[in-house]
Design a protein around this ligand. Structure first.
Ligand code: ADP
Length: 152
């Protein structure tokens, strides 16, 4: 018997959860793609947020459903609006890293009031390489995983 309480066991388990074991595949668009293309990509890949990259595949921004809705209510031709005009751009993009604790990424989602974070390679000398995606769904899955074994 270890003498650990239930909450100590859960905390210990949670502190082993790293971003890279839970991250999903990032869905990216080119910054020069149109808002229309971004909407298509969103439906095809069933995500709510797309990561915009430049010619060298470096992260330059994030485009969410709200960004696309905002562009859509203006009297504009969506085929003619490039993603880089409507996205949230670097350095204002909140990111996370593969070796970070998942709970730190979750806290960032709450603080910034956003749905997702791109996962960025630590050793990106030239620019930010996107290797994954952490979303509210990721956190929900981890939450259930934490309760499994203990409760289910
Ligand atoms: P939705 O638009 O689907 O509600 P969000 O709440 O995540 O999705 O997005 C709200 C705003 O925050 C949008 O303008 C979007 O560009 C921006 N945003 C989304 N993710 C990030 C991020 N990781 N860093 C900075 N801004 C972000």
């Amino acid at each position: 018997y270890t003498g650990k309480t239930g909450s100590e066991i859960i905390t210990e388990k949670l502190m082993k959860y790293k971003v890279d074991t839970f991250q999903s595949m990032p869905i990216v668009v080119k910054e020069d793609d149109s808002a229309y293309d971004a909407i298509s990509a969103m439906f095809l890949s069933d995500v709510g947020t797309l990561f915009a990259v430049d010619q060298d595949s470096n992260l330059v921004g994030v485009v969410s459903r709200k960004d696309l809705l905002r562009a859509s209510i203006g009297n504009q031709v969506l085929q003619e609006i490039p993603v880089h005009i409507i996205m949230t751009r670097m350095p204002n993009v909140a990111v996370c890293y593969p070796d970070e604790l998942l709970v730190e990424a979750a806290n960032r989602l709450i603080e910034k009031q956003i749905d997702s974070l791109p996962v960025i390679e630590r050793s990106s000398e030239a620019g930010a390489k996107v290797v994954g995606r952490i979303t509210k769904t990721t956190i929900t899955k981890a939450f259930v995983e934490l309760a499994r074994n203990e409760l289910m």
